[in-house]
Design a protein around this ligand. Sequence first.
Ligand code: NDP
Ligand code: 8X3
Length: 261
Amino acid sequence: MRRQERGLEGKNVLITGATSGIGRAATIALSQANPERMLIVGRREERLQELGSELNRLYPQIKVDRLALDVRDRVTVEKEIGDYCTRYPIDLLLNNAGLAAGNAPIDQCDTDDWERMIDTNVKGLLYVTKAVVPAMIKQGKGHIINISSIAGREVYPNGNVYCATKHAVTALTLGMRQDLVGKGIKVSQVSPGAVETEFSIVRYHGDEERARKVYEGYTPLTAEDVAECILFMATAPEHVNIAEIFVLPAAQGDTRIFTRD
Ligand code: NDP
Ligand code: 8X3
């Protein structure tokens, strides 16, 4: 099977978490497939502006819209994304916005970290999906790609709640597929292992030195590696649903085993 070179021609694409890491790289990669319109979403307005300008420079034919919002804000998501979809029904939704916060045994975690992860990774993904799906159903086609993780397939010590949220994403991918398959909507997920982005800086609350150590002694995935997987999945022929891509650095055995120099 080959991917369709211009497989998003005429289509509208929405990417959450486009301001950094996998979401930013995926936005640029998906532009290669020549969509009609892209809605890029994240909280950091200046980053959305910068990415919008970059896309205008690289692909001036693509219409780029920016929406600075917090996916945890249910009312704003319903209104802003819901309104957008009535004007421009989304053909491809990349549910990527997410984070880990903290890395501690269950009895020593910060409850605020739990709230952030559950509210963003699970509830935020649901709010965005609910705002997008009615227009997809109306047009009888669409594709939702959720970013889960190796942490959606196994758990590791101190990963407790982050792993639970990514297991929830995996469960939601399976459940959404069952519910939407009869309506012409494909549901897939990409489950990466270690990718060097701002992920660990966020997880360790800005401690860059500790974040750097996560990727020490081996070559982690880049955001662009994962973006290539997303592009391949998004541009599969209409009759093909690549249900999951599980992608690891060659040096990663599971969540705990890494071959380091
Ligand atoms: P980054 O921290 O680089 O990017 C996270 C993105 O999510 C940013 O664009 C951020 O935008 C956005 N985001 C976070 N919280 C919110 C929010 N409340 N509302 C809107 N946007 C939000 O990390 P990654 O690129 O690595 O992470 C992307 C996804 O990949 C996440 O779901 C993560 O769990 C998953 N993943 C990451 C792996 C890794 O090793 N890096 C491995 C497996 C999965 P802003 O701050 O501007 O709002
Ligand atoms: C991010 C990868 O293994 O740190 O989802 O949880 S891991």
